[in-house]
Design a protein around this ligand. Structure first.
Ligand code: SF4
Length: 742
């Protein structure tokens, strides 16, 4: 965690985390003086343990889909070039770019011949010969899309007059002998390339979905010289013959997209030496009064080891067992078919829900998430594979765990925990109905922040909600996938369980690995530093690993005293009552049917995460919030008061300054046009008195689960309501077990 004194709640998202508006700008410099973009090789046969080798397939996959078909049905979006530029910059910042600039595509920036990543051909060959094990829905379409992309003749960028350049800063280099850094040597440029490529590929896809042409360019596959584009787009200058970014110097990586979508341009920067020092390096920069980034909060790892992560997990109380009871011996394994989104697709929840779920319509109906989904689908093909038979198979569990953590944090995962992966955490049957024989007994759980800033401007269930989830799922697919590949390169088996194809139940693994506690939201594990504003992913493996312990940061008392998420839930799915035993777990069991139905069918937005948005633990990360966190963790009696205070100061409300997305949805002709229904723009319902006695909740425990096979099995809501009424508290459950009444 870095130090921040001032909120940036009045700063629009498109302005970004650095105060770029303070910089002096000038005329276009001589671009021929810009040092040419270097090459980047992702193959290191001489260093087989380098993490760079594990990134190669992922980089090649993104390079393979940097171009694609343009939607013939053009979107109805604002025509003002500045509004468009601000919108796309904000999308870049939402995707965690450090800086985004927009400029022309000058002739000096065109490469004499396009650069093509040689790994694309290796990957294409691999995918043709490899047995694809994934059961993700729509995999045939994904394969067809990839085949077309890989075999298509190279396209030109003729008519592309605008370039959006994404700059990703590098964290510090690993220190000599630093724990956990065995695989990280000389990987900075590759990491930055990978992260920047993700954003460029997603945004190019987004513009094509809107109906304009766009193509992404990365260091490994490009039609343009990224260095020259960055100078032309007002992001970089040349200082002493080297490319230089304001405040960052030479420590960054670039990717870009070019397009014919009309955009306003940024003017080129004056050299850093000519920038007014009092403005760009003065007290405002030091304290961060104007922007999120300041001189004091650059790299979260400046004073921490990579293996320890950006958040002070070492300050948390570790306990032997999770703070909620798990009756491991009696947990029934259930088939993948019980997943609510699978049930929706098979029509178990009725026709309207099935229509909303068919072909992932809930993601397709919003253009940003549809843009993310193509990349997410492509990564599914890489998430599993055979281990390298010649791998060195490092056997020290402590060292392996440190290396996994440091590499995950270095790549950009927000929190990592390691635990056993017991059999009961695996589904009983896969998506095709085949029994699962758990292949791995170790779990690496990872969480990705959904991002405070965009959440601030959102109601939680409007037109950006689904993209907030997809962004985090995509990040795990990429970075968790790289970690799984790294483990396989070292000779062990490993699989990344992603949102599109996973075979483990993630919440219990997050609990075992100390990444959070059970919250009132239900199946959402709440992390003390990110709150519930997260998505998770798990890598399972047979690599020997040292384990973390569960944590206790007082959340059970807090959620007992607070029911804000239950009050704010638009579908009434979150219980205002006590924790109860469900399938062997003690949780605040929510009504997943109500939740999934609302998320899939809401007409004023796409999906929902309102519980995360409104929770008092959804914090901006300011110094001033530390007393809240300390009190919440250490003084359980303060919980009711803190929960009321959170309401009183209006936390969880809408901040229109942070709204950057367009309220457009997919229409019948395939075009994205203004949403048909009023947008879900809810504010807090402080006066609503939610009473447990008034709630009617349904649950579907193992005895009501569908058979594992992929055919319809309508839900019996009456039986579900009856099942909820039969749930008992953990104390009663234990008493019954003790009395021999199972
Ligand atoms: Fe717990 Fe309150 Fe957050 Fe709900 S809103 S998860 S009850 S702290």
């Amino acid at each position: 965690m870095t130090l921040r004194f001032f909120s940036d709640r009045k700063r629009p998202v498109h302005m970004g985390p650095f105060p770029l508006e303070l910089l002096e700008r000038g005329p276009m410099p001589d671009l021929s003086a810009v040092p040419p973009m270097p090459g980047l090789d992702f193959r290191r046969p001489h260093a087989p343990a380098s993490i760079v080798n594990a990134m190669a397939e992922y980089q090649a996959m993104m390079d393979a889909i940097r171009d694609g078909l343009v939607n013939r049905a053009r979107a109805e979006v604002p025509s003002d070039p500045l509004e468009r530029a601000n919108h796309l910059k904000a999308f870049g910042y939402f995707s965690d770019a450090s800086m985004v600039g927009i400029g022309p595509v000058p002739p000096e920036a065109l490469l004499p011949a396009p650069r093509r990543n040689p790994d694309i051909d290796r990957l294409a060959h691999d995918l043709r010969t490899r047995q694809t094990k994934t059961l993700a829905s729509g995999i045939d379409l994904i394969m067809a899309d990839l085949k077309e992309s890989m075999e298509a003749p190279p396209s030109t960028i003729e008519g592309h007059r605008h370039a959006i350049v994404f700059l990703y800063e590098m964290p510090r280099d690993p220190r000599p002998g630093e724990k956990g850094c065995d695989w990280l040597e000389d990987a900075q440029a590759h990491r930055a390339c990978l992260r920047a490529s993700e954003t460029a590929v997603v945004l190019a896809n987004y513009i094509r979905l809107l109906g304009w042409d766009a193509k992404a360019h990365t260091v490994t596959s490009s039609d343009v010289d990224l260095n020259r584009l960055a100078v032309a787009a007002g992001l970089c200058t040349v200082e002493n013959g080297a490319l230089h970014a304001p405040w960052l110097g030479p420590r960054f990586g670039l990717a870009a997209l070019t397009t014919d979508f009309e955009l306003a341009h940024d003017a080129p920067l004056r050299p850093w030496s000519e920038q007014p020092a009092w403005r760009v390096k003065g007290p405002s920069w030091w304290l961060g009064t104007r922007s999120r980034r300041s001189a004091l909060n650059g790299d979260p790892f400046a004073r921490r080891d990579f293996a320890d992560g950006p958040h002070p997990f070492e300050t948390l109380k570790r306990v032997e067992e999770p703070t909620t009871y798990i009756d491991e011996a009696r947990i029934p394994r259930v088939p993948k078919r019980t997943d609510m989104f699978a049930r929706a697709q098979f029509g178990d929840m009725g026709r309207a829900v099935q229509e909303g779920a068919k072909g992932g319509h809930y993601a397709r109906k919003a253009a940003p998430s549809m843009a993310q989904r193509r990349v997410l689908g492509a990564f599914v093909l890489l998430q599993d594979g055979e281990p390298n038979a010649q791998g060195p198979r490092p056997a020290d569990p402590e060292r392996n765990a440190l290396n996994i953590k440091a590499a995950s944090y270095f790549l950009g995962i927000d929190a990592v925990g390691i635990s056993r992966c017991p059999e009961w955490a695996w589904y009983s049957h896969d998506a095709a109905g085949e029994p699962i024989d758990p292949p791995h007994d170790q779990a690496i759980s990872m969480i990705v922040d959904q991002g405070y800033e965009t959440m601030e401007g959102a109601s939680g269930d409007d037109w950006i909600s689904v993209a907030q989830s997809m962004r985090a799922y995509l990040r795990f697919s990429l970075l968790g996938g790289v970690i799984a590949k790294q483990i396989r390169n070292l000779g062990y088996s490993a699989k990344a369980h992603t949102v599109l194809d996973g075979e483990v139940l993630q919440p219990p693994l997050l609990l075992l690995s100390g990444l959070g506690e059970v919250s009132r939201i239900g199946e959402v594990i709440l992390n003390p530093f990110l709150g519930p504003r997260l998505k998770s992913g798990v890598v399972t493996t047979d690599m020997p690993l040292a384990h973390d312990k569960p944590v206790d940061f007082g959340l059970q008392a807090f959620c007992e005293a607070c029911n804000k998420c239950a009050r704010e839930c638009p579908s009434g799915a979150i219980t205002a009552g006590p924790k109860l035993m469900f399938n062997g777990y003690e949780i605040w069991k929510s009504d997943s049917q109500k939740c999934a139905t609302y998320r899939i069918t809401t007409e004023g937005g796409a999906m929902c995460g309102r519980c995360m948005k409104t929770c008092p633990w959804n914090l901006e990360g300011l110094f001033a919030e530390r007393p809240f966190r300390w009190l919440a963790m250490n003084v359980p009696r303060a919980a009711p008061w803190l929960a009321r205070l959170d309401d009183a100061v209006g936390k969880g409300g809408l901040n229109p300054v942070k709204k950057w997305w367009w309220d457009i949805e997919l229409h019948e002709d395939g075009a994205y046009r203004p949403a048909r229904q009023p947008v879900n723009a809810r504010d807090l319902q402080k006066d609503l008195e939610l009473r447990y006695e008034d709630q009617t909740l349904a649950v579907y425990p193992a005895n009501l689960a569908p058979p594992p096979w992929p055919y319809p099995f309508p839900m019996d809501r009456e039986a579900g309501i009856e099942a909820y009424q039969k749930l008992v508290t953990a104390a009663e459950y234990r008493a019954r077990i003790a009395a021999g009444d199972e």
